[in-house]
Design a protein around this ligand. Structure first.
Ligand code: ARG
Length: 457
């Protein structure tokens, strides 16, 4: 690039290595639309406030529209030797309009410009992520509706614990994602604050109208302190944090799907279009998508950490360290979108092997709590009922049977309170149907959970 925009103070060209090192255009060019829209709003305001001639302001806006159209159509390519997208657009405008183009940067600094661009860009990204999470919610809710009576074992410590349904299990994830949506919406509130007019750090002596720029660009309000306006990156950290938690949820779900696909579980079967084979083992069908999501979660945590560490020692106001925000937050945004876009159809096409789930639920004595509760309901203190049931489980293990198939005389040996109605009380279906407390696995309770989430997405 011939001559820097800031060349006046310098007697030498910048070293090529420094130029490459300094340059952010390779990753900030993705903000070109926001950069140009921000500049159009700025130029409009400058014209309206009489800071630049109104006719020149109109020419600038037209010139910027032309640049936007040319980038969109591929006619204009980014110059990799430009320092950043802001310099690139301004240089291009000046090459098209001459001196008029040079007036655009009046009452503005790249510091407030970049702060504006990232916020505008991340607003769009946050909306895209929110739309994808809602799509995933729909997929989960539709699936849950089909599996209200699909009994499966619920686990604690990875040991079969109590019977639940697949719908109930799915709705746990629906609730996590609902909180993710809340966090993303909350992030948007603080993204939606307009920093332009902060100048380099100390605002400006020109009679600018910040509120006008805010209105044109559709922000909720303007930032209240110019030093903070240029040096705040909390909104990047908040978004990366919300994304990290969302990834954590996707990763837990992925981990379960990986387990469920194994021959040891065989609770689900992935569609062939969403699984991969092995180069050597002909029998393999691997859940690569879910494993990659699990892996990429670590990468997104890394992005969050990058941002946190980058900001912790920077004095006010702008420091070049902050240029590092973009690769980290863009990587987090791109990664979560990619994961969601792949995870949704994979889940949607996944076959649920109901019989295997039910068979697993039928083993492992997951109705033992219900057996103890049966005695409690007949008047026995819980601790005594617990002990008797434990002894029964021990007997079953010795005899190689289940509580459902254990003969009545074995029950009677421990207490006369047992009667034939115990078999009904401990049947898997009863165990599930009776757990109808709010939040529980009984179909009517899960239906209420589905309605709750549906109303909120
Ligand atoms: N490319 C820079 C960034 O992303 C733009 C702001 C540059 N400001 C400056 N004073 N060098 O942070």
């Amino acid at each position: 690039m011939a001559g820097k925009m800031w060349a006046g103070r310098f007697t030498k060209e910048v070293d090529e290595r420094v130029n490459d090192f300094n340059s952010s255009i390779s990753f900030d060019h993705r903000m070109y639309k926001q950069d140009i829209e921000g500049s159009m709003a700025h130029a409009t305001m400058l014209g309206e406030c009489g800071i630049i001639d109104i006719e020149e302001s109109k020419k600038i806006v037209e010139g910027l529209k032309g640049i936007l159209a040319d980038i969109d159509s591929g006619k204009l390519e980014f110059d990799p030797t430009s320092e950043d997208v802001h310099m690139f657009v301004e240089a291009e405008l000046t090459s098209r309009l001459g001196d008029t183009g040079k007036r655009l940067h009046t009452a503005r600094s790249r510091n407030d410009q970049v702060a504006l661009d990232i916020r505008m860009n991340l607003k769009v990204e946050a909306d895209e992520i929110i739309a994808l999470v809602k799509e995933l919610e729909q997929t989960i809710l539709n699936m849950a509706e089909k599996h209200l009576t699909t009994v499966m074992p619920g686990y604690t410590h990875m040991q079969r614990a109590q019977p639940i349904t697949f719908a109930h299990h799915l709705m746990a994830y629906a609730n996590m994602l609902l909180r993710d949506l809340g966090r993303l919406e909350d992030c948007k509130k603080r993204l939606n604050i307009m920093p332009l007019g902060s100048g380099a750090l100390a605002s400006t002596t020109y009679p600018i109208n910040r509120q006008r720029v805010c209105d044109i660009l559709g922000f909720d309000e303007i930032t209240q302190n110019s030093l903070d306006g240029v040096s705040d990156r909390d909104f990047c950290i908040e978004l990366a944090s919300a994304i990290s938690m969302l990834m954590m949820h996707l990763s837990r779900f992925s981990e379960e799907i990986i387990l469920w696909c194994s021959w040891e579980f065989k609770f689900v079967e992935l569609d062939d279009a969403y699984a991969t084979g092995s180069s050597i083992m002909p029998q393999k069908k691997n859940p690569d998508v879910t494993e990659l999501i699990r892996g990429k979660t670590g990468r997104v945590y890394g992005d969050l950490n990058t941002l946190l560490v980058m900001m912790k020692g920077t004095p006010l106001a702008y420091n070049k360290d902050m240029q590092e925000d973009k690769e980290a937050i863009f990587d987090a945004v791109d990664t979560v979108k990619l994961c969601l876009k792949t995870f949704i159809p994979m889940l949607d096409t996944m076959t649920v092997l109901k019989d295997n789930m039910r068979n697993a639920a039928a083993r492992g004595f997951i109705n033992a709590t219900d057996c103890a509760d049966y005695l409690v309901k007949k008047g026995m203190p819980f601790r005594d009922a617990y002990k008797i049931t434990g002894t029964l489980v021990h007997t079953c293990i010795e005899l190689g049977c289940t509580l459902e198939t254990l003969p009545m005389e074995e029950y009677k040996k421990l207490t006369d309170t047992f009667d034939n109605d115990v078999y009904e009380a401990i049947s898997l279906d009863t165990c599930v149907m009776q757990r109808k407390a709010a939040g529980g696995p009984a179909p009517e309770s899960v239906k209420a959970q589905i309605a709750y989430v549906r109303e909120r997405i």
